[in-house]
Design a protein. Sequence first.
Length: 327
Amino acid sequence: KGAKVVFRLLARCPLYAQARQRGFKALVQLIDEPGQPALTSITFPHIVDVLVAFASANDASDFEQKLSVFSIKYIYRLFELIPQITSRDPVLSLHVENISSSPDPVSVASSAGSLQSPSLDQEWKKYWFPLFAAFKSLSRDQRPDIRHHAINFLQRTLLHPMTSQRVSQQPLFVESCFYQVVFPLLQDLLQPFKSKDMQTAISIDETRVRGITGLLSQSLLHYLNFVIQLPDFHHKLWIDILKYIELYLQSDKSGVLAEAVPEALKNILLVMLSHDAFSEKYNQEGQDAWVVSWRAIDSFCPALKLDESFQASLSSFHKTPFTKDGQ
């Protein structure tokens, strides 16, 4: 009951300019207290919500800008503390202690982001997803700097060694990251922002570039060795990735995306080829994975097949663009 009262008071502090600094200091003390006794499975989501409220406080002052940045950093701090918190969670501690005990991490069922391990599924719901959701909500902030800070820290979280460890334990973990975090964020960033002036359009496109080249592209390439082993990667996850690349190319308002998206796509394709991601063993129902991919790409980025430097890079893999007409 005492904890509930404390968090109710802290949750109100961001609403009042006079209370924000003291409220934030009190929250930081709770998080940084040795041993983190205040961080439990019960208090964790409340602390995340309060940090999001502090990060969202905006009255255009330098203090509020700094407060927002520090709040985002402390959301990331909570992520770094997950091992300590879960070690005290009786349901999850066994999983943490035996994180490398899975004998066959690739034996997964296709379920678009549902984890097989009960303990890992609980860890995702209690700790990981609330943090990802916090970064995701702040990535829609009206202030460009705050949006970019949120996306940068989300990317750091997705590519963190601790995340990589979970993926090596259970490859479907990365599928959850795509379907429950990356794709919903990309969808949110496509929604209209309030301001209509050209400068805002440019900053929004710059945010979208971070989403497509930072979150989507880097997450895919970082975990490529795992995702290409998923049974539905080539006919589901990869196709969905191409759909978002298409949507972002079509959403360009300032020319920023029109330049960045094809470059990101070229890099993705070349890295995938270097990992043999389009070999015959990945063909489905007699359909060549490379041909299927290029038919989709040529429908929304036809100029890519005319890029001579890209063609030269493809030739080193004995590949050529394959269009709708088979050219």
